[in-house]
Design a protein around this ligand. Structure first.
Ligand code: B1M
Length: 213
């Protein structure tokens, strides 16, 4: 198989045998982010389809996620780093009820590589925990991630709870089940501050860079 296909297959098969050698080879042709957004994401999408069609069980998806995490940690030191100056502090969380964190952690890596201080609250973070962390950390923006359809709804609830707590810093939202339309129609309405939809981690960085300028 060609390199790109092998990289997708590690994710689909949940296997790490040969992964690092192939990642090293890939680094001689592509940037770390192109490897992640290309063949590795393609593998993850395939995993999602297979799971949907009942051809994979949760335990297997978990193994695929493990391989993805290993690949991302290997690639992380090779990623471009800009600006060591502090651009701002971001509170980051996967919303209540949702355990998916690969995308969120990618956002953390990209933001911290580009001058932001990131407070990563982890997964299944209820609004009250975000409010408490906000009071303690006084961040410049809040980032919410969620992949389940119900997480999009949870983001709207979270936005409302943040508003009730008097919080109005920019809110960045992202995740597979979310759309720009849902963000503008259902989440922004529940919040006092600006709400931005990010389609991927780089998009999130660009948005934060624009509003912090
Ligand atoms: Co789950 N899962 N999963 N899963 N899983 C999905 C999301 C699903 C679409 C698969 C499917 O059925 N086709 C489906 C959701 C369906 C729906 O809601 N309609 C699903 C389901 C059903 C479930 C369970 C309910 C399964 C079960 O238990 N029966 C369960 C839910 C548990 C829960 O949350 N309460 C579950 C569990 C799991 C695992 C634990 C096994 C594992 C997660 C492991 C982990 O994260 N540590 C897992 C995985 C791996 C997936 C898929 C296959 C891959 C997700 C992923 O990591 N992608 C996923 C299918 C899919 O997405 N195609 C699926 C790679 C990652 C880099 O992409 O997170 O989308 P992503 O992030 C992107 C962008 O979305 C964006 O940037 C990133 C790229 O740069 N982004 C942001 C994300 N957050 C952002 C925040 C930002 C900005 C951009 O700013 C703040």
């Amino acid at each position: 198989y060609p390199l790109e296909e092998r990289l997708s297959n590690y994710i689909v098969e949940g296997s790490k045998d040969g992964l690092i050698d192939d990642l090293k080879e890939a680094l001689s042709r592509y940037t770390p982010l192109d490897i992640i957004n290309g063949p590795l994401m393609k593998g993850m999408q395939r995993v999602g389809q297979l799971f949907n069609d009942n051809e994979l069980i949760v335990a297997e998806v978990l193994q695929s996620a493990e391989v993805m995490k290993t690949a991302v940690s290997f690639l992380e030191p090779y990623m471009e780093k800009n600006d060591s100056t502090q651009k701002g502090k971001i509170l980051l969380a996967t919303v209540k009820g949702d355990v998916h964190d690969i995308g969120k952690n990618l956002v953390e890596i990209i933001l911290s590589n580009n001058g932001y201080e990131v407070i990563n609250l982890g997964i299944k973070v209820p609004p009250e925990q975000l409010v408490a962390a906000f009071k303690q950390e006084k961040p410049d923006a809040i980032g919410l991630s969620g992949l389940l359809v119900k997480s999009a709804q949870q983001m709207a609830i979270t936005a409302q709870d943040l508003k009730t707590a008097g919080i109005d810093v920019p809110l960045l939202v992202g995740g597979a089940a979310l759309t720009r339309k849902f963000t503008e129609n259902k989440i922004a309405n529940e919040y006092d501050g600006l709400v931005f939809y990010a389609k991927d981690a780089m998009d999130g960085l660009n948005i934060l860079n624009q509003i912090s300028d």
